[in-house]
Design a protein around this ligand. Structure first.
Ligand SMILES: O=C(N[C@H](Cc1nc2ccccc2[nH]1)C(=O)O)c1cc2ccccc2s1
Length: 167
């Protein structure tokens, strides 16, 4: 009988928490009624640290996101109602790409000023993440980068992004 609990990753704090969708309960600590074995087999248990070493590789990356009218949430700190098309968003991101070139410093300045992600307030930095946490196209592109390398323009349900791997 499933306990109904699952483990999710808090985007804002970058740490896992326990959530029960049926009761809407959430907790930073493991529910007392669960045994160690039950916790390890919960959905999302890959978010818990201390997994077998090697397969839970964690990287750190920053990104510059430009949303468009078909984004999952076409709104941001910068613009309440985003109406640009995906093509217009891509052209805007290409202009930023030409501005920062290979400069990480300029990339971070542009992400702070223009990224439609709330991570703009930390220069686009998403903090450390492992596989299974970010949208797949983003994860695939980020994990293919070397540290210090920029991605090409990639598209997710959130919009179009350029990623910089930082660790
Ligand atoms: O999902 C987020 N923000 C969304 C936009 C977005 N969608 C993404 C998809 C993949 C990677 C980063 C992404 N950021 C929003 O603000 O509408 C996150 C914000 C932050 C902030 C700090 C650390 C991680 C995250 S993940």
């Amino acid at each position: 009988m499933s306990s109904g609990w699952e483990i999710r990753m808090s985007n804002s704090k970058g740490i896992p928490y326990y959530f029960n969708p049926s009761t809407k309960q959430s907790s930073w600590d493991a529910p007392s009624e669960l045994s160690e074995d039950q916790i390890k087999s919960l959905p999302g248990s890959q978010h818990l640290t201390g997994g077998s070493s090697g397969d839970a590789e964690t990287i750190t990356a920053s990104h510059l996101l430009v949303k468009h009218k078909d984004s999952r949430r076409p709104s941001s700190w910068k613009e309440t109602n985003i109406t640009r098309t995906k093509e217009e968003a891509t052209d805007i991101l290409r202009e930023y790409q030409a501005q920062f070139g290979t400069s990480c410093k300029t990339f971070e300045e542009l992400a702070s000023l223009h990224s439609d992600c709330s991570s703009h307030s930390q220069k686009g930095n998403l903090g450390p993440f492992s596989k299974g946490q970010m949208q797949k196209p983003f994860e695939d592109a980020a994990f293919a980068l070397q540290v210090g390398e920029f991605s090409d323009i990639i598209s997710t349900d959130s919009g179009v992004h350029i990623i910089l791997r930082t660790a």
